[in-house]
Structure formats: structure tokens, C-alpha cells
Design a protein. Structure first.
Length: 454
């Protein structure tokens, strides 16, 4: 009797994968107790731990990390002398934003138009399911040929560094010959892609104070300094007229020399409205992969509904600055802080608080593991060659792992292709991508084990 191809095994496992992803998406695991109960993250962590135990993982543990969250660890021993591969994903998610803008409940996996919708479906609960699928397929097809460590982080989206600090304090825990970070994505659906670079990030909160208390805008407006107006002017100083990020002392002219991102394709992926121009200069790839980008991600101010005719005494904003490879996130933090302090209008008092930071990352794409992954991806995506791209997002753990394990090869793959709309409303995952990338990962583990035996 001929053994069933591993691709057929993975296809047969997809209904179970969908059911499990639905269970995992149902947890409102936003790692911010001010928005969702901490118990939701704890329940998701326990689900992940139970899933690993069911796959015969040993030493499964919920690690209490310094930022107050939990990461889930497990170890699956392989054949004697086999290399060790670390598989990474995170189970925490971004908040759903405006739930009324979702076409289906954000924490209820819903199939629509050939995709599965739900917060975390692609970023990155789907990444954990991808790892499970690959391992299950290998177990059904003769066994997992490598030793496997799995780490599922509980606070990646918050950027609070809990797992990084834990790994630094326990450097033996995540040691591996190669590391697969399942938290990026293909350049587009159907085009197998590994991510070569990640922008780092720094997250700051800036508070502007101008008055001892709110004032009647009719009685005092026109002379009394309004903190909200001061904040708006301060935030405007972070961009040039064309939208280019302008933080004093921060270089913004680096160029990307790899895979390019056609502007028309980018406009479609980003859902830019007709007649609205892109911001910045240079190629799209320059702007999103090779240069810093500042974003105001939140402002504390009175909502329109219920607003009164008042001058605001205090206003606050949260600012994200993406930092490209070749620049230091800590230095960028200092420059951004100095810029905010220097550009406050009218002598307004400015206080800056850092709430998150991660360094940019550049992978060594010449390493042997990339050869194994290229072969695997080309088999999983017939007729397509593996591509290498950048990614504008940040995964701070990558630099920590690179520093702790300088000999380890690090590969970045995942389900967050442009149609997934991660971090936005109506996030979704392509089940075809989940199936093909699970196959690619399974074939990679097999190829990698063979390469180490040669």
C-alpha cells in the first residue's frame, strides 16, 4: 500500500484546523487589562498549552514573563542527533477597534468569500495552527525528523518585551539550531515569501499641558493656549508637507534594493481611496521597508458626541515610530523624544513616556536553512519560486534571539499577506495559504533534517 502524500494528509486535517482556529479566535486575548479581562489571555494560553500536550510535547509550561503576561512553551524530542528547531507564534491579538465596522463578530471565526474572518485569524493565532498542522502531518507520515521547541508569546502586540526579558534570563530555554518565526506573510496570496528584514519600533505617549483647568472657549478662546491645539501642532511637526516622516536628526533617505512593490498594487492592497495620494518619496518599498515611519495611533481628547465649547487644559497622544534596519531603536527614541520637547508651541509643557520598544532585524538569507525553505516552498507552491521581501512591522523578539543564539538561522514566514488586513477591522486568513504554508513548513523540517545528516 502506497503511503498518502503529505500534502493529502494536510488537506485532510484542514477541517480540524478550522475548528481549532475558531476556538482560539474566540478568546478575546488582547494583552491589555484596561481593554479586556486578563482572564481571556490566560484562557487562550491554557488552550495553547493543552494543544501542545495533546501532541505529546514535554515540559509544557506557562511562563510568567516580567510584563505580567504568559508565554507557552513545549518541547517535542526528535530522533537522536537531530537538530532542534524553534517554532514561534503569538496568541495575543490587537483590539478589534470599531466592532460595528466588522461584517461578522471579531471573535467569532466566520467563513465568507473563501476566507476565514476573525481577530487573530492571521496574526497570529493562525500561525500557531500552522505549526500544529505541519507537525501533525509529519507525525502521520513517519514522524517528526527534528526536535521541536514551540514558544507562543502572550504580549507581542503590546510591545512590552515580556518574552524578550524572560529569554534573556533563561538563555538555555529557546536555544535551537534554527528558528521559524510564523508571524509574517507572503508578499501576496500564492507567492511564497520569506521576510528578510523587519522594521523596529518605539512607542511613546506624549502629554501636553497648558492650563490649570478647562475654560469656556467663548470667554477665553483666542488668547488662552488650548492644549489640544498645541498637541495637534506638535504632531504635525512630525511630517513634512508630502507626508515624509521628519524627526530631527533621523535619516529618511535609505533605499530598498530587493523585491519592489508596484504602486498600483500597493494602492489596491492598502485600499487607498481614488484621488488620494500616497505619502513620502522614493519607491513604495523604500517607504515601507527601508525608512522610518511615524504614526499617531491614538489621541485622548473629548469625543464629538457630548463635546462642550471648552478649551482643553491637557491632551495626550500615543505615537508609533517604525525604525528600519541600520538604525537603532533606542537612538530613534531619544531623537523622537527630543523632537517632541523642542517643537512644543507656545511654551506648552510636554511630558514623554516610553511604553514600548523593539530593534529592527535583518536575516542572513544566505544560510543553509533558507535553501531548505526555498525547496519546500517551491514544492508547496508549484510553479513559484520563493521570494524575499521586507516587512514594515516589528517583531522585537527576533533581535533577542539573534543575540542569544548567534549561530541559529532565523526564518520568517506566515499568514499575514495584504488581504489579511491584520490590525484592521475584518482581519482574515486564506485557508489555502494556511494549507500551503503548513505543507511548506512540514517539508522544510524534513529537508532541514536531511541537510544536517549529509
Amino acid at each position: 500500500m502506497t503511503a498518502r502524500p503529505i500534502s493529502e494528509t494536510i488537506a485532510s486535517l484542514m477541517p480540524r484546523a478550522k475548528a481549532e482556529l475558531a476556538e482560539l479566535v474566540a478568546f478575546q486575548s488582547v494583552a491589555d487589562p484596561a481593554q479586556f479581562p486578563k482572564s481571556e489571555c490566560e484562557a487562550a494560553a491554557n488552550w495553547v498549552a493543552d494543544a501542545l500536550r495533546a501532541e505529546d510535547f514535554q515540559d509544557v509550561a506557562l511562563l510568567d514573563t516580567p510584563d505580567g503576561t504568559q508565554s507557552v512553551y513545549g518541547f517535542l524530542p526528535g530522533p537522536a542527533g537531530a537538530p532542534t528547531v524553534l517554532l514561534y507564534a503569538h496568541y495575543d491579538v490587537q483590539p478589534p477597534l470599531d466592532e460595528s465596522a466588522w461584517l461578522s463578530p471579531p471573535f467569532e471565526l466566520t467563513e465568507r468569500d473563501g476566507r476565514w474572518y476573525g481577530r487573530g485569524s492571521a496574526d497570529c493565532k493562525g500561525g500557531f495552527i500552522m505549526h500544529l498542522l505541519a507537525l501533525r502531518a509529519l507525525k502521520a507520515d513517519g514522524g517528526v525528523p527534528v526536535s521541536v521547541k514551540v514558544i507562543a508569546e502572550g504580549s507581542e502586540e503590546q510591545g512590552t518585551g515580556g518574552l524578550e526579558r524572560y529569554a534573556e534570563a533563561h538563555p538555555e530555554l529557546l536555544a535551537a539550531d534554527t528558528i521559524v518565526i510564523g508571524d509574517t506573510g507572503n508578499f501576496r496570496v500564492g507567492l511564497p515569501t520569506v521576510t528578510a528584514t523587519l522594521r523596529g519600533m518605539t512607542m511613546l505617549r506624549v502629554t501636553v499641558d497648558t492650563l490649570g483647568g478647562n475654560l469656556h472657549s467663548g470667554q477665553f478662546g483666542g488668547a488662552a493656549p488650548d492644549a489640544l491645539a498645541a498637541l495637534i501642532q506638535l504632531l504635525a511637526s512630525l511630517r513634512a508637507e508630502d507626508g515624509t516622516t521628519t524627526v530631527d536628526g533621523l535619516a529618511t533617505d535609505t533605499e530598498w534594493d530587493g523585491l519592489q512593490y508596484p504602486e498600483a498594487e500597493f494602492r489596491k492592497d492598502a485600499k487607498v481611496l481614488d484621488g488620494v495620494g500616497l505619502i513620502g518619496t522614493g519607491t513604495v518599498a523604500d517607504r515601507i521597508w527601508a525608512r522610518p515611519a511615524v504614526t499617531v495611533i491614538g489621541i485622548d481628547c473629548p469625543p464629538v458626541v457630548g463635546a462642550t465649547p471648552s478649551l482643553q487644559a491637557s491632551a495626550r497622544a500615543q505615537i508609533s515610530l517604525r525604525v528600519p534596519p541600520g538604525q537603532d531603536a533606542a537612538a530613534a527614541t531619544e531623537l523622537l523624544t527630543a523632537h517632541l520637547e523642542a517643537h512644543a508651541p507656545w511654551g506648552a509643557r510636554v511630558a514623554v513616556e516610553q511604553v514600548g520598544q523593539g530593534q529592527p532585524f535583518r536575516a542572513d538569507t544566505s544560510s543553509p536553512a533558507y535553501t531548505s525553505m526555498a525547496q519546500a516552498m517551491e514544492a508547496a507552491y508549484p510553479g513559484e519560486k520563493m521570494q524575499t521581501s521586507g516587512m514594515g512591522g516589528s517583531i522585537p523578539l527576533c533581535n533577542t534571539l539573534a543575540a542569544l543564539y548567534p549561530q541559529a538561522e532565523i526564518l520568517l514566514i506566515g499568514l499575514s499577506e495584504p488581504e489579511a488586513q491584520i490590525h484592521a477591522v475584518n482581519e482574515s486568513v486564506s485557508p489555502e495559504e494556511l494549507e500551503r504554508l503548513s505543507l511548506a513548513e512540514a517539508l522544510f523540517l524534513r529537508n532541514y533534517a536531511e541537510s544536517k545528516r549529509v
